[in-house]
Design a protein around this ligand. Sequence first.
Ligand code: HEM
Length: 81
Amino acid sequence: PGPIKEYSKAEVAKHNTVKDGIWVTYKGNVYDVTQFVEQHPGGDKIMLAAGGALEPFWSLYAVHNSEEVKEILQEMHIGSL
Ligand code: HEM
């Protein structure tokens, strides 16, 4: 693996459509979830976080508080904030 790439919140915010790619942030890390959105068990709700932080949503939907979810996220890691 190369050096960890850093992105600004403004750059992440531009990635909120399938066309531009769908990025989210979690605990200071940036993830490209474009390919995952179709597979999301919670359907379209994932798009509420597109281009921004997962925390406000995951604090409401505790179903994400699992090792399985953390592993899915890790595979989509592209950098840090
Ligand atoms: C369920 C992953 C974002 C709402 C799930 C499940 C996974 C998952 C693996 C199934 C969990 C289980 O049944 O054990 C993810 C990932 C996300 C993400 C990797 C971001 C990259 C979101 C967001 C919301 C959300 C932003 C809400 C705004 C839900 C809901 C369910 C769910 C409501 C329950 C669906 C059901 O069982 O009927 N998610 N999620 N998710 N997710 Fe997400």
